[in-house]
Write a protein that binds this ligand. Structure first.
Ligand code: PMP
Ligand code: GLN
Length: 440
């Protein structure tokens, strides 16, 4: 294979999706809602599918995005960023947020350019930057000893500034943050904005969980959380590539439709790549998302209690978050309360049934004794061992936190937590509760 491919081992998503199926485990791993998708959204798609004669619903559409979708997105984001977003120049529709991210790196990174990533970080950033010839530069976000809220994860801004040099081209921020559930505050974002301006950096703002935020989400209820979109900060639209996902917004992750939004000059090279790599995205899903967004817009603005994005979605998430936190506490985990999104970290150090490192290795070797060279997972961090054990032995799938760190050193220093997805139907959460109850 080409050198740029690098590590060919299965990603954490591939491994744990298969492990969950193999072990018939309750799946709290990969982040997707397993309940019904919102009916108003699937009804729209149904209506489109029932009109085969509709050329703008079933044939190739405009390459950079269906005209109706870019029109409505321009309206939404002009409102959300308080900037005039141009429908035909500033929006590119992609195969999920994944491709929007990849295009951003391919379009702007030259061989050897450095890109700052704040770890723990969504695991595709590093490999995508490397595919583009770039060098990921890591800044760690740290949770102080004993802290149990995602908002306590802190960036050391002096360290961040110290890592910027003449080769630094870009910084990636993910807000709300996967996997921690942190929502960055206005002042934290403003500090990043100041650095972006000072050093002329491009900011890739991955905001796929932008609507999974409830203002009173925090259990302590003392402070108000607010989603601040990076492109809405003064002067930042000009240097930001914002990334969104219809799959996330409308709880239809399998639709794999996303977008990159940026001023014309910043977006043009992404479009150049897209037109030769995908050419255009699935038409019926684009049209359905466009109509769903149009339907939502007046509700979001004027009748929020009727709105899926302003009310129903965050409310539902919030309820499930509380339930998951209680379940985990009862089972002797220490959950880290998230500000937003649909993931929660939890410390598993108090789970006594987990066999220690040596025992797990021995079990693995015995189980695979008929193979000539048993794969002993000595190098694997403890949380990965714990997550594999939890799935195989206790039938519950979660994701180890170390999947979101890229160096072995950082993995081993942060191997005491798992990430659970709580956007699951009550039946799944109840099944999980039964398993967790028997754990300690
Ligand atoms: N960014 C983050 C932070 C994510 O968690 C995900 C996973 N959905 C993506 C991007 C990719 O989203 P999509 O499914 O739209 O490609
Ligand atoms: N973004 C989702 C998560 O973090 C799914 C990632 C994936 O399946 N590749 O769980």
């Amino acid at each position: 294979p080409a050198e740029r491919v690098g590590d060919q081992s299965a990603s954490i998503w591939t491994e744990f999706a298969a492990l969950a199926v193999e072990n018939k485990a309750v799946n709290l791993g990969q982040g997707f809602p397993d309940g019904s998708a919102p009916k108003f959204v699937t009804d729209i798609l149904k209506k489109i599918s029932e009109k085969p004669e509709m050329v703008d619903g079933h044939q190739y559409t405009r390459g950079y995005g269906h005209p109706k979708l870019v029109e409505t997105l321009a309206k939404w984001y002009s409102y959300l960023y308080e900037v005039a977003v141009n429908a035909s120049d500033d929006i590119l529709i992609t195969v999920g947020a994944y491709h929007a991210l990849y295009y951003a790196f391919l379009a702007w990174i030259n061989e050897g350019d450095e890109v700052i990533i704040i770890e723990p970080a969504f695991d595709c950033y590093g490999p995508q930057i490397k595919f583009a010839g770039g060098v990921p530069v890591l800044v760690l976000m740290k949770l102080p000893e004993g802290a149990d809220r995602a908002c306590d994860f802190q960036i050391d801004f002096l360290e961040l500034e110290a890592k910027i040099n003449t080769k630094t081209k870009m910084i990636v921020i993910n807000n709300p943050h996967n996997p921690t559930g942190k929502l960055f505050s206005y002042s934290e974002l403003q500090r990043i904005a100041n650095l972006a301006k000072k050093y002329k950096l491009i900011v890739v703002a991955d905001e796929v969980y932008e609507f999974h935020v409830e203002n009173t989400f925090n259990v302590q209820g003392v402070w108000k959380m607010e989603m601040v979109r990076f492109a809405s900060l003064p002067g930042m639209y000009e240097r930001t590539i914002s990334i969104g996902s219809a799959g996330k917004i409308f709880s239809v992750t399998g639709w794999k439709l996303g977008w990159a939004i940026a001023p014309k000059k910043l977006l043009a090279p992404l479009k150049a790549i897209h037109q030769n790599c995908a050419s255009s995205c699935s038409t019926p899903t684009q049209l359905a998302v466009a109509e769903a967004l149009e339907y939502e817009f007046p509700k979001y603005l004027f009748r929020p209690f009727k709105s899926y994005l302003a009310y129903k979605l965050p409310k539902e998430i919030c309820k499930k978050c509380r339930k998951m936190s209680e379940m985990l506490k009862k089972a002797d985990f220490t959950p880290i309360w998230p500000d937003a999104g649909f993931f929660m970290l939890a410390d598993y150090s108090k789970i006594k049934n987990f066999p220690n490192f040596k025992e797990s290795i021995q079990e693995e070797s015995e189980a695979e004794s008929d193979e000539p060279e048993p794969q002993v997972e000595v190098e694997d961090p403890a949380d990965l061992m714990f997550a594999r054990w939890l799935c195989r032995e206790k039938k519950i799938a979660v994701i180890p936190l170390t999947a979101f760190y890229s160096t072995n050193e950082d993995k081993h220093a942060n191997d005491k937590m798992i990430r659970v997805c709580f956007f699951k139907k009550d039946e799944t959460l109840n099944k999980a509760m039964k398993v967790l109850d028997k754990l300690s």
